[in-house]
Write a protein that binds this ligand. Structure first.
Ligand SMILES: Nc1ncnc2c1ncn2[C@@H]1O[C@H](COP(=O)(O)OP(=O)(O)OP(=O)(O)O)[C@@H](O)[C@H]1O
Ligand SMILES: [Mg+2]
Ligand SMILES: [Zn+2]
Length: 512
């Protein structure tokens, strides 16, 4: 397996860290002046460079270069060892994992020994807010009087969970979300180096969706490039589930042409072929929001393929802004209304009627038929999957063998109606499938994708597909499988990581 892009492009030098100049400035000044602190707290959103900068600091304080302003030089023995993950005096502890407690205990025992190679032992404690009572107290003790050869870098995404006792002992640095244009620039550079063909507008969409997290942006680029085709806006939209569907365009056209019957027909057709009324309502709201942006002169903020955008521009001219606002409100209410509704399509139909301002004949509105169950092949009764190794207790035996789901996955995706191409694309992006007890675990390559997939209507659709096909009720849980080369804490704590791997789940990137 080739190295993940976000690992390959981890900055090795201060000046390649993007968007955190305020942090870098202070740190490099203290390196030059040979006045490094003993306890740092790096706070900020995921994937913005905390661990990266902590490692740079570890390299810099131990770099053998005689000129402090050239540290780290990436050429001396120590720098090379850090870059190759084999530097003894850089100790990374993940407070979120079960090992965190032991690691800190261990740390307390060993802290007084001098560094083996360099001048400083650097401890990076990740997700420090997750640390449990005992470990935490141990850490506090060491922070009170750190030996002169120790440097602590505590990292957290949730600064508000850090107690004042810790805050007061640390030099604090806040990491910011990386601005979109900086992310786009970085993605462009990576694409050029890696020979990845990508349209700028697609990279912009990726950057937007990543909400300032550089790792997410890089791993989305990675994932999209793995399709082997040029990364166009349309492709990116499909994978990210942000495409405007033909249904939306047709519904809006029916409003414009005052054709309630056609509008209703369009909606019914979409729902009959499996579209979810809530997400359809939301898509309508999104589209209308786009029209509003265009009307207000912010067309560049609208992400759409050229065709859709042309269509939008003409729609934007045909409606007044107050029309658009009114429609947004109505469809938005429908989207909310639909949540507990007894008749899922009704709110949408009423909304359309209200928008078109024509009476709707509710009596004739037939209940939306549930999509028919696909022909079912009963799952072969499989023996319980073997679980090798004794490290992790496995809680429940699975209701169904995950291999069966892995095998059925592509056909299930292919059986999705066209209207659910977005869901199909997302399901195609699933990197790991496992079943634990009655839970289907789906691993995605990034937070963004997990968030995209983890929508109630889509989860329901997947549950229904599984139920129709295998006759089992599974709940669905979406997790990130490779954002740090490991599964997130809430998963690892109950022993699912090991189980997921043992069951043949493909973990994309576990080399850290
Ligand atoms: N500011 C940045 N400049 C350049 N690349 C970055 C930056 N932040 C993150 N990256 C990219 O994302 C990857 C992950 O970053 P890093 O591990 O430093 O994030 P983090 O803030 O520690 O995230 P987490 O909170 O999840 O631990 C890096 O290897 C690098 O490729
Ligand atoms: Mg980190
Ligand atoms: Zn060096």
């Amino acid at each position: 397996m080739t190295q993940a892009l976000y690992r390959k492009y981890r900055p090795k030098q201060w000046d390649t860290v993007i968007g955190q100049d305020h942090v870098i400035q202070t740190l490099t000044n203290s390196i030059k002046a040979d006045r490094v602190g003993h306890a740092y707290l790096f706070a900020g959103p995921r994937g913005t460079g905390k661990t990266t900068v902590a490692r740079l600091l570890a390299k810099a304080v131990n770099c053998l270069n005689e000129n402090p302003s050239l540290r780290p030089d990436n050429t001396c023995e120590h720098c090379k060892a850090v870059n190759e993950n084999r530097y003894m005096d850089l100790i990374e502890i993940d407070a979120a994992s079960n090992n965190g407690v032991d690691d800190v205990r261990d740390l307390r025992d060993k802290i007084n020994f001098s560094p083996t190679q360099g001048k400083y032992k650097v401890y990076i404690v990740d997700e420090v807010h997750m640390m449990s009572g005992g470990a935490f107290n141990a850490l506090l003790k060491t922070l009170e009087e750190p030996p002169p050869h120790a440097i602590f870098v505590l990292a957290t995404t949730e600064i508000h969970k850090i107690p004042a006792t810790v805050l007061s002992r640390c030099q604090r640095h806040e990491f910011r979300r990386v601005p979109i244009d900086e992310i786009v620039k970085n993605l462009k550079e990576i694409a050029a180096t890696e020979n990845i063909q990508a349209d700028e507008e697609a990279l912009t969409l990726i950057a937007r969706q990543s909400a300032g997290g550089m790792r997410d942006a890089q791993s989305l680029l990675d994932q999209l490039s793995s399709t082997g085709t040029k990364i166009t806006l349309a492709l990116a939209q499909q994978v990210l589930g942000t495409a405007t569907s033909q249904t939306v365009l047709d519904v809006i056209a029916s409003v414009l042409d005052h054709q309630p019957a056609h509008g209703l027909e369009t909606i019914h057709h979409a729902l009959d072929s499996g579209a979810d009324p809530r997400s359809l309502a939301r898509q309508l709201v999104d589209y209308l929001r786009g029209l509003m942006l265009i009307q207000m002169g912010n067309a560049e903020q609208v992400e759409a393929t050229r065709d859709v955008k042309t269509q939008m521009e003409s729609h934007a001219k045909s409606f007044t802004t107050s029309d658009v606002l009114r429609m947004m409100k109505i469809f938005n209410n429908a989207a909310t209304d639909l949540r507990g509704g007894w008749q899922p399509s009704l709110s949408l139909e009423l909304a359309l009627a209200e928008v078109i301002d024509a009476p709707v004949e509710v009596a004739q509105v037939t209940a939306t038929p549930q999509p028919k169950p696909k022909p079912v092949s009963a799952p072969a009764a499989e023996s319980k999957p073997e679980v090798k190794g004794e490290a992790q207790p496995v809680v429940e035996s699975p209701a169904i063998n995950s291999n069966d789901i892995v095998k059925a996955w592509k056909p299930l995706i292919n059986a999705l109606p066209k209207a659910q191409a977005n869901l199909g694309a997302l399901m195609n992006s699933v990197k790991m499938i496992d079943v634990q007890g009655k839970t289907l675990i789906l691993g995605m390559a990034s937070d963004v994708l997990v968030e995209k997939l983890n929508k109630p209507d889509q989860i329901e659709t997947i549950q229904r597909l599984i139920k129709d096909h295998f006759h089992v009720d599974l709940s669905v849980r979406c997790v990130v499988t490779n954002a740090k080369g490991k599964l997130p804490t809430h998963v690892s704590q109950d022993g699912m990581v090991a189980a997921a791997i043992q069951h043949g789940g493909e973990i994309v990137d576990m080399d850290e």
